[in-house]
Structures are given as C-alpha cells and as structure tokens.
Design a protein around this ligand. Structure first.
Ligand SMILES: Cc1ncc(COP(=O)(O)O)c(C=O)c1O
Length: 392
C-alpha cells in the first residue's frame, strides 16, 4: 500500500475534515494538517479483521479475553522491551479518559498534578476536571528542542505534587526522552513518592536514529508508574475509542479498576478489540512502512522551510508525526495566523492551545500523502509571502 495514494476522508464525519465545515462557510478545498489522526487507511491486516467481524453481524456485549492481553504483551515485549502481565492491563475508551480516571483514583481533591507545557491541550482540562490542582513544569526551550527543567520539577515534587502526567514522546515538542532523562525522572519520583502517569500514545512513531524507552521498562525498579498505550494513532483507529492502561502496582490498579467499574467506563467494544488484536499481532511490517513515510514527510517539511521560509524555526521532530514550528518572525498571534490561513486553504493548529506562551507557534500534522503536505506548505508559503509583501 502506498501512503501517497490519493485518499479523501471528507463526508465520513471526520473531526478534522468535516466538522470545521459545519461551523461556517469555508473554502471547499481546505487542506487539513491539524487534528492528530492520519489521512490514509489503516493497515490491511486490521481492515480484514474488521471486515470479518462485521460480516458476522452481531455486536452484542463483549469481554476482552486472555489471548488479546497476550497479543498486547507480545507487542510490548517485541517493541518496547518489557512484558506487562495480563493482570496489569485494562481498557478504557481513550487515553484522555484513562488519565482522567487515573487521577480520580489516585489523587485526592485539591492535590497537585504536574504537566509539562507546551502540552497536548486536554491535559490542562483533565486535571481540574478530575478534581486536582494543576502545576506547570514548563519545558526549557533550547532553541530548536526542549528539555525537562528538573530543578523546577523537583520543587513541584517537594512541595507535595502527587502525580506527573508525562507525555512520551512529547506532543507537541516532538521529544523522544532519553534513557538518562527517564532515569533521572524515575529517581526524583521515587524520592518524593510521586506517581508517574506516562501517556505513550505516540510511541510507535520514533523517527530517524532516536530510540524509545518506555517508562514501563522501569516497572521492576519503581512500581508507581502507570503507562497508557493505544493502537489509535499508530493504526489510525482513534474513532474506535480504545486504549490500554498498564499498572503493575496492585494498590493503584485496584483503585483505578474500582473507579472504572463504579462509573461504567470499560471499553470492551467488539470492533476495537478485533482491530487492536490484528494490529498488535500482525501490524509490524505495515507500521515500519508507515514510519518510513513519516520520516520522508518530516525531511520534506524541514527542507521546504529551509528553502522557502528560512525565518521559521522547525523544532527537531524526534518522534510523533507532528511538526512544531515557531513563526515569531511574522509577529502575528497564532490564532490570527491560523484563521487567516483558512482563507489560503490550509488548516493547522495554533500553538496557543498548547499553552499561553506559545502564540508564536503552529503545529503541522504530516501523517498524510506527501503531495498533500507539499500543497499545504505551498499555501503556507503564499500566505507568508503576502504578509511580507504587504509590509514593504
Ligand atoms: C499525547 C496525546 N494523548 C492523548 C491523545 C488522545 O487520545 P484519546 O483519543 O485516546 O483520548 C492524543 C491525541 O492527539 C495525544 O496527542
């Protein structure tokens, strides 16, 4: 399968492609490089498994069996280097949902939960929605990348934070955290008895020479780690609403399980289970091809900016399929930029949704056919050229 084949998601009730058209008149040929899902079909092995299940025709109440958990453990062992026990895993209808219940289960009302801006915007809401208090450990900007400000993090931990919602790889910063950084993080968490809740939803997109270390590989040293994974970004299945919580600590697990159970929040959906199992059992080679495609698109985007918009700063994408680009030279708030870009036929995300301090940034999703990315960047370039011309 070619990831460059023409493929339209319009008129499929796509959040990215169709929903914005309902909110007002828009040019019909907008290129959406925004919401983090992909613009090519899922792996053929996943589609075949779904087709077979659909042909059966009955979609009644379903449970998740041991074989499914075995397939997930095999995938994790093969790809992330640690093997979760079947009893450590349970499902929820999405990672944000899982994070919400994990906070509710493990953090008392009013206690602090740390997040690391710039950060995937629902983290700002999910913490207060779950009754906790937000604490911001802002990532340190090194010019083209980010690092963790460990001394600030230690202050937050020392003053009583109960949990860190960690994003690994990081959206939107694109960081793949090194083993050394994670060792330091786990050391600090252990010292202050803080739970590390690690959102690893993007961990199948590790680009170029970078190496992923899951916080799950620290389970034997420190049990107060909860890892969230999902086949949703990896196999373009986000609409099927399925993700997994992996928690080795019996007390944490009992608390989360109790919350899910009491709130009827399980996710044993017959289609998503079928899709996830096929993906984890037989999706490796398709994923390898997809990753090569993303790398090609990232290289293209970086070269395009170098040649055509050299004043922009493209942050180093070590992982994810999201480019984080600083457009400060335009001297325009991100929201205005993204609104104006709509008239040029391009939708991207404004940096301001990832934190107040990021109004100079845009986020560009490159999980699409290369010709579409190319055309999207051409539109961005026209917009930039028009602004420059208007200032002469
Ligand atoms: C870091 C991160 N976590 C979670 C999600 C959403 O996951 P879900 O749809 O499973 O809640 C996203 C989607 O973009 C994401 O980037």
């Amino acid at each position: 399968m070619s990831f460059n084949r023409k493929f339209s998601r319009k008129n499929t009730r796509s959040y990215k492609w169709d929903l914005p058209r309902l909110t007002g008149p828009r040019p019909d040929d907008i290129i959406a490089l925004s919401v983090a899902d992909s613009d090519y079909p899922t792996a053929p092995v996943v589609r075949r498994a779904l087709e077979k299940r659909v042909r059966h025709g009955a979609f009644g109440y379903t449970y998740i069996d041991e074989d499914f958990y075995r397939a997930t453990a095999d995938w994790s062992e093969r790809r992330y280097g640690y093997r979760p026990e079947p009893g450590w895993m349970f499902s929820t209808p999405g990672v944000v949902n899982a994070i919400y219940w994990t906070i509710r289960a493990c953090v008392a009302p009013g206690e602090a939960v740390v997040i690391q801006p710039p950060i995937y915007h629902p983290f700002y809401r999910v913490v207060p929605d779950a009754g906790a208090t937000l604490a911001l450990n802002v990532l340190r900007d090194t010019g083209k990348s980010y690092e963790i400000d460990f001394s600030d993090l230690e202050k937050k931990f020392r003053s009583g934070a109960k949990m860190l919602i960690f994003c690994s790889p990081h959206n939107p910063a694109g960081r793949v955290w090194s083993r050394a950084e994670l060792e330091r993080l786990v050391g600090l968490a252990r010292k202050y008895d803080v739970i590390l809740a690690s959102d690893e939803i993007h961990c199948d997109f590790i680009l170029f020479e970078n190496r992923f270390t899951s916080l799950g590989s620290f389970f034997s040293e420190y049990q107060k780690i909860v890892v969230f994974i999902a086949p949703s970004k990896t196999f373009n299945l986000a609409g099927l609403r399925f993700s997994l919580i992996i928690a080795p600590d019996a007390d944490i697990r009992r608390r989360i399980e109790e919350k899910l159970d009491r709130n009827y929040a399980g996710a044993a959906n017959p289609l998503s289970i079928e899709a996830a199992r096929a993906a984890y059992e037989r999706g490796d080679s398709w994923l390898a091809r997809q990753r090569a495609h993303i790398e090609e698109n990232v290289r293209f985007l970086e070269a395009y900016f170098r040649e055509n918009i050299p004043e922009a700063i493209v942050y180093r994408a070590e992982g994810t399929y999201l480019a984080w680009v600083k457009m400060a030279f335009l001297n325009r708030p991100a929201e205005r930029m993204t609104e104006e870009l709509i008239d040029y036929g391009l939708a991207v995300n404004p940096g301001s949704i990832y934190g107040d301090a990021y109004g100079d940034f845009i986020r560009i999703n490159v999980a699409c056919p290369l010709p579409r990315l190319e055309e999207g960047l051409r539109r961005l370039c026209r917009y930039v050229a028009d602004i420059k011309r208007s200032r002469l």
